[in-house]
Ligand binder design. Structure first.
Ligand code: COA
Length: 332
């Protein structure tokens, strides 16, 4: 069987207009800018306004149009849409179908991927496999979240951490001889730790009732300190595995693009890998944790501002609720 390679052809991103600072949050819960910056590195986040049309699918639409434009493709060139999100517009249909219609991607199959903050790398891995087999040529890989309606804005332990946004990559079959390629992806999960970060109600296990709403069980609950401990190990292990598998060392890596959950986690991983922070892409300060959108938006920003260039060796490294974790090593 002929196998092909995939490459990221182009990227795009979009954020809601409303910028909420730490000082804004301090008016609602007992916290302050200094504590949040010191413990997380976050200074601001964007919060979507559904009344103004800032739906998850609308952010993804803006990011997708930008990515397609940069790729020189039209929506009908897209064979498949893989949409990583845990904050879909609706439970049913999937948001990939909603986007398909908005975009006019008439030929595409459309699927949502639920792997929380690891979602984009999970989706990228599946897209890469589709392209490798020759089944598809152009796939829209999306990481997009509107988490704000799932945040308990009265819980200072979580509300400071999250934001809304969308990032998109067009993954396409690489022409023969092209250096750009996905080398490998590595996906893992730890379902035993599922209650470290979860939304108790809203699924079929606990449908929404008045009592559920009163107890805020439809909102995110997190054991932050416990996640922190395992996240560093998961990220470091996945990064090392991707490098070992392909015969590279950390010295070969031009850019590390980690999930943006907490700057201290990112710094601890860099330290453990003996990797310089100057080569780590960070956008948490301005956008906070946008779950599946952190890696594609951070990557897009770094490509757009000229930091990441064609030919660079780039390592994506993620973890999230589930728990899920993984990495992807690619030459851009
Ligand atoms: C949530 C997180 C920032 C908390 O930081 P921390 O250093 O672990 O802080 P702790 O939870 O130990 O809390 C320390 C103290 O600060 C307080 N505190 C918590 N949130 C606060 C806030 N926003 N402002 C001020 N004080 C706060 C706590 O109540 C606690 O007070 P106490 O000692 O009197 O009980 C950190 O644990 C974290 O980022 N964890 C990972 C979470 C994550 O990545 N989630 C997403 C997964 S994809």
């Amino acid at each position: 069987m002929t196998t092909y390679r995939s490459k990221i052809l182009a990227t795009g991103s979009a954020f809601p207009a409303n910028r909420v600072t730490n000082a804004d949050l301090a008016q609602r819960v007992e916290t302050n800018d200094e504590w949040i910056v010191e413990r997380t590195g976050i200074r601001a986040r964007r919060v979507a306004d559904a009344a103004k049309g800032e739906l998850n699918s609308e952010l993804a639409l803006r990011a997708s149009k930008q990515a397609l434009d940069r790729a020189g493709l039209s929506a009908t060139d897209i064979d498949f849409i893989l949409y990583a999100t845990v904050s879909p517009d609706h439970v049913m249909p999937n948001t990939a179908c909603v986007l398909q219609e908005k975009l006019g991607a008439k030929r595409a199959g459309a699927l949502d991927i639920s792997a929380a903050c690891s979602g984009f790398v999970y989706a990228l891995s599946i897209a890469d496999a589709f392209i490798k087999t020759g089944q598809y040529r152009n796939i829209l890989v999306i990481g997009a979240e509107v988490l704000s309606p799932m945040v308990n804005w009265d819980d200072r332990g979580t509300c400071i951490l999250f934001g809304d946004g969308a990032g998109v990559a067009v993954l396409s079959r690489a022409p023969e001889g092209d250096a750009s390629q996905i080398y490998s992806t590595h996906l893992y999960a730890d379902g035993w730790s599922k209650e470290l970060f979860f939304v108790p109600a809203g699924g079929t296990a606990m449908p929404v009732t008045h009592e559920v709403l009163d107890q805020k069980l439809h909102l995110m609950q997190m054991k932050g300190r416990e996640i922190y401990k395992v996240a560093v190990r998961m990220l470091a292990d996945c990064a090392t595995e991707a490098l070992t598998k392909n015969g590279f060392t950390v010295k070969d890596v031009d850019w590390l693009v980690p999930h943006q959950a907490n700057l201290r986690i990112i710094e601890a991983v860099a330290k453990r890998l003996d990797f310089p922070m100057e080569k780590v892409i960070v956008n948490i300060e301005e956008f906070a944790n946008t779950s599946a959108a952190t890696v594609p938006t951070a990557f897009d920003e770094a490509v757009t501002n000229g930091k990441i260039k064609r030919g660079d060796l780039v390592l994506f490294d993620v973890f999230g609720a589930g728990l899920t974790y993984g990495s992807a090593l690619l030459r851009y």
